[in-house]
Design a protein around this ligand. Structure first.
Ligand SMILES: *Cc1c(COP(=O)(O)O)cnc(C)c1O
Length: 359
């Protein structure tokens, strides 16, 4: 039996994608082998990666002057790759809205001057700071954000005013959750294991003029975006199987109606949960309402023992991975694209029952 999996990542995937992958496990499309066993230079694999890119371009409406790269090393590897590839002036502005943004900021300091231009650490990252008029250095090479903060459950509803600088965004936990205007970014990247596919693959969408030869001295060949772009993400063996699964998820998103439909589906789910949190006497959301994420919903009872009891009883009832991140405590429900509406409805029913018994 499948559970309702509220994990923040790796996370729930569409059941039909998993079933299709299971069906093709021993014999992919008449090749007589699994996708895991085939050469990344084969015709069959070439179709898989090219179709995946084509579908992603269609779903996100990615303009031709942006490259799509399928990279390894997870999102965390890009914390270094971003400054290595972009720090011409050795300076960049970072908006620190959570642990992932902070890690990226700290990593960038290894390579140049990373300037923290805004932060929400004063209130445990429970809000998004006003980024309409930040003090962005004249010679900053880019402005960096983590668009959806997986741990704290906040999301940028408006992008920062970068004062003309290129925006670099880590979208790991909001990837393909709603439409985006790619032209507003220089670089969009995300680890796919939150909302799109298996762990170990990061997709980077990079405006062509930012893919250059003049990277920081000492940049490893593998971390140079140009190496990857010149070789269509096949410089070395990519994460073949993860790309294949992502390709299936892209098809699934298209079938569901694309990103507009995903947004409506995600808003509906989030509303069910937030409405309940706002009316509950026992449970409380931890994020400033206007900054709430559609994907990650942290909440608390205010009593650690009760939180632990809730997580334990929820697990026994088939709701998995609701324990909050250790830095926030309490609970967190991640309700990514593949979480069905019934999953959230049933969770709220369970929370009501728990409240009646423990309130
Ligand atoms: C999970 C996560 C990461 C780290 O991803 P890895 O693939 O494990 O490196 C980075 N940024 C955000 C926003 C995340 O949610």
């Amino acid at each position: 039996m499948r559970v309702y999996n509220f994990s923040a990542g790796p996370a729930v995937l569409p059941e039909e994608v998993l079933k299709e992958a299971a069906d093709e496990m021993l014999d992919y499309n008449g090749t007589g082998m699994s996708v895991m066993e085939m050469s990344h230079r084969s015709k069959a694999y070439d179709d898989i990666i090219k179709t995946a890119e084509k579908d992603l371009r269609e779903i996100m409406n990615i303009p031709d002057n942006y490259k799509v790269l399928f990279l390894q090393g997870g999102a965390s590897q890009q914390f270094a790759a971003v400054p290595m590839n972009l720090m011409k002036n050795k300076k960049a502005a970072y908006i620190v809205t959570g642990q992932w943004a902070k890690k990226a900021f700290q990593e960038a300091k290894i390579y140049g001057e990373a300037v923290k231009v805004a932060s929400s650490e004063d209130k445990t990252f429970s809000y998004i700071p006003d980024c309409s008029d930040l003090d962005i250095p004249e010679d900053a090479d880019y402005v960096y954000i983590c668009e959806n903060n997986t741990i704290y459950g906040t999301k940028f509803k408006t992008l920062p005013n970068t004062k003309g600088k290129d925006l670099v965004a880590d979208v790991s936990s909001c990837f393909l959750s709603e439409p985006v205007d790619v032209t507003k970014y220089g670089v969009i990247y995300g680890g796919v294991q939150k909302n799109v596919g298996p762990a170990g693959l990061v997709i980077a969408i990079i405006r062509e003029d930012l893919i250059r030869d003049d990277v920081l001295p000492g940049t490893p060949t593998m971390l140079k975006w140009k190496t990857q772009a010149d070789n269509d993400s096949l410089y070395n063996t990519p994460n073949c199987y993860a790309i294949y699964i992502c390709g299936k998820v892209f098809k699934w998103i298209k079938k569901m109606g694309g990103l507009e439909a995903m947004k409506a589906h995600n808003e509906k789910k989030a509303k069910i949960l937030y409405d309940f949190l706002d009316s509950s006497k026992l449970f409380k959301g931890t994020v400033r309402p206007e900054d709430r994420s559609l994907m990650n919903v942290p909440f608390v009872t205010g009593n650690e023992e009760l939180d632990a009891k809730f997580v334990k009883e929820a697990k026994a009832a088939g709701f998995e991975n609701l324990k909050g991140h250790r830095t926030v405590g309490g609970m967190r429900a991640s309700i990514y694209n593949a979480m069905p509406i019934e999953g959230v409805e049933k969770l709220v029913e369970f929370m009501k029952k728990f409240e009646a018994e423990n309130g």
